[in-house]
Design a protein around this ligand. Structure first.
Ligand SMILES: Nc1ncnc2c1ncn2[C@@H]1O[C@H](COP(=O)(O)OP(=O)(O)OP(=O)(O)O)[C@@H](O)[C@H]1O
Ligand SMILES: [Mg+2]
Length: 158
């Protein structure tokens, strides 16, 4: 038996990290589905990773894992897309052009942090100071045309 001595009764957010290498968009979607199945209302997923890294592709899998339709498209123009399911709603943001707190507020971001839905935000670099404490961080690094290194940082669900 292994005893872990920790000053905290539970794992602290940001303590747990998993890493996954995928070699195709399909593999990324499969992995994202597994992560999506672990999510619950009140979770905020913050993506980092450059242009074309696979954030929207990952969100497609996330939606599937949450039991939502997989018709996820980039929220580039709308800034936020809503995917409503029977039990949960996913708000998928693109923060690429969000530069001020006022702009962020006008997307409705703060209203959706009410614990009743899941938020997934691309380009979360731009809003890092406004992310809640329990944020789940997902970094997607482009290794080559088809290979990505995906890092998930969150609590002990992951
Ligand atoms: N292993 C992989 N995982 C995810 N996407 C991959 C992978 N290999 C290739 N791709 C391709 O990379 C592209 C990722 O595009 P996607 O729109 O998901 O990225 P994004 O990070 O949301 O981009 P943007 O910053 O423009 O919003 C797609 O064309 C996808 O097919
Ligand atoms: Mg995108």
């Amino acid at each position: 038996m292994v005893f872990i001595i920790s000053p905290y009764p539970f794992a602290v957010y940001g303590d747990i990290m998993i890493e996954k290498i995928t070699s195709s968009p399909e593999e990324t979607i499969e992995f994202a589905k597994e992560i999506g199945a672990l999510l619950k209302a009140g979770d905020t997923v913050a993506y980092t990773g450059g242009l074309g890294a696979g954030k929207t592709t990952f969100t497609r899998g996330l939606a599937m894992g949450l039991g939502l339709p997989d018709d996820v498209t980039s929220p580039t123009f709308a800034l936020v897309n809503e995917y409503k399911g029977k039990n949960i709603t996913l708000y998928h943001f693109d923060m690429y052009r969000i530069e001020t707190e006022f702009a962020l507020e006008s997307t409705g971001f703060f209203d959706y942090l009410d614990g009743r839905s899941v938020i997934a935000a691309e380009w979360s670099e731009n809003i890092s100071e406004f992310l809640p404490e329990n944020t789940i961080y997902i970094n997607i690094e482009r290794i080559s045309d088809d290979v990505r290194k995906i890092t998930v940082k969150g609590d002990d669900r992951f």
